[in-house]
Design a protein around this ligand. Structure first.
Ligand SMILES: NC(=O)c1ccc[n+]([C@@H]2O[C@H](COP(=O)([O-])OP(=O)(O)OC[C@H]3O[C@@H](n4cnc5c(N)ncnc54)[C@H](O)[C@@H]3O)[C@@H](O)[C@H]2O)c1
Length: 273
């Protein structure tokens, strides 16, 4: 199929474009930043906050892989970041629905549930818990996807939602920012190994989320590490996408480290009184 990849110049985007081409799909890559892709990849440059860029990007594609997120560096203001993520997602899904495109996969983040105490059992139905503008924007992007999957704006899209925790490169052992992952030694710290996912394994999940039969806006938590898989339900990704990561970073769990016997803790919701 012909797939539009947004955020194609980014850390996850580069890997996703390569995986889609390898799987035999025709790729149209879009980003506001320069894209370094092979000559068989069509490029539509520009910002997704520009409706004319969005219209050109979605024209004639069968599916969308939406990886573009806002810029959250301290130097960029909140309004710009929210526009680049939430407004851009609304324009993109509106255009995709109006064009009758069948599927748009959203790259969300485990950040939308990262506010639950570490050790809490998290699955696709766990309510959101977060602080700060980045996870709020990811949650709002998800809400946009859910509205369009429910039929807002015309014919409904299938809108799968992927939630990786921390995307890394298993070969260079670095984060998107270039920071070495081995600098974090606590396996259950936010950037610790429990949540690491290799960007090429993430790309494989993206290809599957575009290809396998799905309906509505199903959420897929994506965890590779054994600790992460014991705390965050790997079932939907395994059973519905057929996804098993090649890299599980189990060697990064410090020897002798044991998960507390009380984990995973069930989520307590509502007022017990
Ligand atoms: N890196 C992680 O650890 C991580 C974890 C969970 C989720 N995610 C999500 O994965 C996605 C990809 O992240 P990444 O790590 O590749 O980030 P990245 O910053 O390397 O790539 C994002 C790309 O999107 C582009 N972009 C952003 N807003 C845009 C807009 N409005 N119009 C056009 N292009 C735009 C940027 O120029 C950039 O090239 C994001 O949605 C991010 O929220 C990342």
């Amino acid at each position: 199929m012909r797939v539009l990849v947004t955020g194609a110049a980014g850390f996850a985007g580069e890997a996703a474009v390569a995986a889609l081409v390898a799987a035999g799909h025709a790729v149209r890559a879009s980003d506001v930043a320069p894209i370094h892709a092979t000559s068989d990849v069509e490029v539509v440059p520009g910002a997704l906050t520009d409706a004319s860029v969005v219209a050109e990007a979605v024209r004639g594609v069968d599916a969308v892989l939406h990886l573009a997120g806002g810029h959250w560096a301290d130097a960029v203001d909140l309004r710009t970041s929210l526009e680049a993520s939430v407004v851009a997602t609304m324009l993109l899904y509106q255009a995709a629905a109006a064009a009758g495109i069948g599927r748009a996969v959203l790259m969300s983040s485990g950040a939308v549930v990262a506010g639950h105490p570490r050790g809490t059992w998290i699955d696709r139905g766990t309510p959101p818990a977060f602080e700060g503008p980045y996870p709020l924007a990811k949650w709002l992007q998800e809400e946009v996807a859910r509205r369009f999957a429910a039929g807002a704006g015309g014919p409904s899209l299938c809108a799968p939602i992927l939630r990786p925790w921390v995307v890394v490169d298993a070969t260079t052992r670095r984060l998107r920012t270039g920071v070495p992952i081995d600098a974090v030694t606590d396996p259950v710290a936010h950037d610790g190994c429990f949540g690491w996912i290799d960007r090429h394994d993430l790309a494989d999940a993206c290809v599957r989320a575009l290809e396998v039969p799905l309906q509505g806006a199903p959420v897929f938590p994506l965890m590779a590490n054994p600790i992460g898989r014991a705390l965050v339900d790997p079932g939907p990704a395994e059973q519905e996408l057929g996804w098993r990561p090649r890299h599980d970073f189990s060697a990064s769990i410090p020897s002798g480290w044991r998960m507390p016997d009380t984990w995973p803790v069930p989520l307590v919701t509502g007022d017990p009184a």
